[in-house]
Design a binder for this molecule. Structure first.
Ligand code: AGP
Length: 609
């Protein structure tokens, strides 16, 4: 058990709203689980120790389905308490599976999708055991279950009748094997077992691994023999917690393809219709909405500003974006037909919480877009649309920002679908374009060295200006905020069109100016105007750093540096143009030797007004 507990300590950063352990003890499974920090489980184990055991599984949770409670914590038991299962990811079809299992007479104690997987696996196990159980029954039951599951999942299971055995499966979710001497391990990443072995096996998609103390066997979901990729871990334990990246900030920038993909997962059907059943707001009330107010602070407010362009275009509902701390002091006009959307990574920002409370008092419908399941703002809102970016450890927000844009876009499309503002085909096209974004982000990340090199060369910059237009304007603001937060350099983002109304006075020889250029395939007037803005500042000596779409040759003549990103529809561009700005700020700060995970003066969640 100590090995599992130490592994959880190493993995606590991956999720920490509840934790649990289960072991095979004699003829039974015994488990302990507690909501809250891992320390709560440690205290529980001190008060109610588990028996010594050689086979066990453990889990720290980042809640997606069901709040962070003792009951919802993993492991989940099934098959009369003889089976224990833990899970990372999102099982999209858990509702229909649960209905079928309930119809078979099964019962559930939690709200989680994980328990559905456990009961399903237990059902298959028992059916197989009825024909004669053997050492492969658990593996076969896992295979049976995985063939029914849709979504993203890493599953681990132990069974009282299969002692010394742990079976695991993965689809679109991390799982790695640790090869020991007379012992073997499993983890979401190597930091779970790096203290015991550096020999690891990376599993492929849709694979199942069965480990015993002396054997590791890999098959695919259909039961055919398969192989993983063995490698030697050369990271130290601290680095392993960051997947080998030098900082959580850099890890989380690289998590962004998964953050966007996970936020999209399970929220539309194969016909391209939005399925936001989780919202639980009466569709008739949403149809009556005649104004949307987005409340947020900092980076989350910039996500709201990006969302405004899309929501107004798709839904034709007037959408205002308000800084939470300003909102309630200006006597805003809010009533029962106002939809107030709060955006918050932490769900604990006091400014936003107080604004949401005020909006509720005025009778508004309140919907939280939040990355932290069970936090205060979603709890005090009528509905919540969770971003599934995973825990964001670095103080400066990156992956949550892209996930917030993704979630608010889904909300906009859902409203347009509900109110008939968009044809079904239009919605389907936008969803298809959103589905391509993770790969495009990954392409930008793969070509990051150019922007990193530029950032290092600008370590002595005293100020950097950021220009953008349309959806590029809030991206410019966010790029400036990242640079302020991480590199402590004065930076200002503003609308490119505003340049000649004053800020151009700031331009002098060598002044670095980052320009986020709209797609030339969008409204060409926007593109042409931004190119002329670049000419204006270049003529006055600016050092122009341009973020432009692949193939946009018009900007090259006026840019000291051009960083090309994959093309995308105009409204989706912020999900791509933001990434080079994050990399730029992170690398520049790193080259100055600053702590990019915990910048000076900042807190991850501002829980005071
Ligand atoms: C983001 O980089 C900043 N750390 C900060 O602006 C943050 O976005 C803001 O405090 C809001 O936090 P929230 O999303 O948790 O509400």
């Amino acid at each position: 058990m100590d090995v599992v507990l130490e592994g959880l300590r190493r993995l606590e950063y991956r999720g920490y709203d509840s934790a649990g352990i289960a072991v095979v003890a004699g003829e039974s499974i015994q488990s302990r689980k507690k909501s809250g920090k891992l320390a709560n489980l440690v205290n529980e184990l001190a008060a109610r120790p588990l028996p010594d055991a050689l086979t066990g599984i453990g889990h720290t949770r980042w809640a997606t389905h069901g709040g962070p409670t003792d009951v919802n914590a993993h492991p989940h038991l099934a098959d009369g308490g003889k089976l224990a299962v833990i899970h990372n990811g999102i099982i999209e079809n858990f509702a229909e599976l649960k209905a079928a299992l309930l119809a078979k007479g099964h019962t559930f104690t939690s709200e989680t999708d994980t328990e559905v997987a456990a009961v399903l696996m237990g059902d298959f196990y028992r059916a197989r055991a009825a024909k004669g159980a053997d050492e492969n029954t658990l593996t076969n039951a896992m295979s049976d279950a995985c063939q029914q599951l849709e979504g993203a999942f890493t599953l681990l299971a132990i069974h009282a009748e299969n002692p010394n055995t742990v079976v695991a499966a993965r689809r679109n979710s991390p799982l790695v094997v640790g090869l020991g001497d007379g012992e073997n391990f499993l983890g979401s990443d190597v930091s779970g077992f790096i203290d015991y072995t550096r020999r690891a096996v990376e599993l492929g998609q849709d694979q199942i691994v069965t480990i015993t103390p002396d054997n590791v066997e890999i098959i695919d979901f259909a039961g055919n023999p398969a192989a993983g990729k063995e490698y030697l871990v050369d990271w130290d334990a601290a680095a392993a917690e960051k997947d080998g990246f030098p900082s959580f900030m850099e890890k989380e920038i690289h998590d962004q393809p998964d953050a966007v993909a996970a936020t999209l997962l399970g929220r539309s059907d194969i016909n391209g219709r939005l399925t936001l059943d989780e919202l639980r707001i009466d569709p008739e009330r949403l149809k009556s909405v005649n104004k949307i107010m987005v409340l947020a602070c900092g980076t989350s407010a910039y996500a709201g500003q990006v969302a405004k362009y899309a929501i107004e275009r798709w839904c034709r509902i007037p959408t205002e974006v308000e800084l939470s701390h300003e909102f309630r002091y200006r006597d805003p006009i809010v009533d029962a037909n106002t939809l107030v959307v709060s955006i918050s990574q932490s769900g604990e920002t006091m400014d936003t919480l107080m604004a949401v409370r005020y909006a509720r008092e005025q009778g508004a419908i309140t919907l939280a877009v939040c990355n932290t399941n069970g936090s205060t703002i979603p709890r005090e809102s009528d509905a919540v649309l969770y971003t599934h970016a995973g825990p964001e450890i670095a103080v400066a927000s990156t992956k949550a920002f892209l996930a917030q844009i993704t979630a608010t876009y889904l909300l906009g499309l859902y409203l347009a679908q509900l109110r008939g503002n968009m044809f079904h085909g239009e919605i389907k096209d936008v969803l298809a374009d959103l589905g391509k974004i993770p790969a495009k982000i990954a392409k930008i990340l793969a070509n990051a060295e150019q922007i990193k090199e530029l950032a290092r060369s600008m370590a002595d910059a005293k100020s950097v200006l950021f220009l953008g237009r349309h959806v590029g304007f809030p991206v410019a603001m966010e790029g400036a905020l990242k640079l302020k937060e991480l590199a402590y350099i004065h930076a200002e983002g503003f609308a490119a069109g505003e340049l000649k109304h004053g800020p151009i006075a700031l331009i002098e020889e060598g002044q670095p100016v980052v320009v986020v250029v709209p797609s030339p395939r969008g409204r060409d007037s926007l593109h042409a105007k931004v190119v002329s803005n670049i000419q204006e500042i270049r003529a006055r000596g600016a050092n122009t750093i341009v973020i432009a779409e692949e193939g946009d040759e018009a900007v090259r003549a006026y840019a000291e540096h051009v960083f090309y990103i994959p093309e995308s529809p105009v409204l989706l561009a912020p999900l791509l143009t933001t990434v080079p700005l994050q990399i730029f700020a992170c690398e520049l700060a790193t080259s100055k030797g600053y702590d990019v995970d915990q910048p000076r003066n900042l807190a991850k969640s501002v829980t005071v007004e």
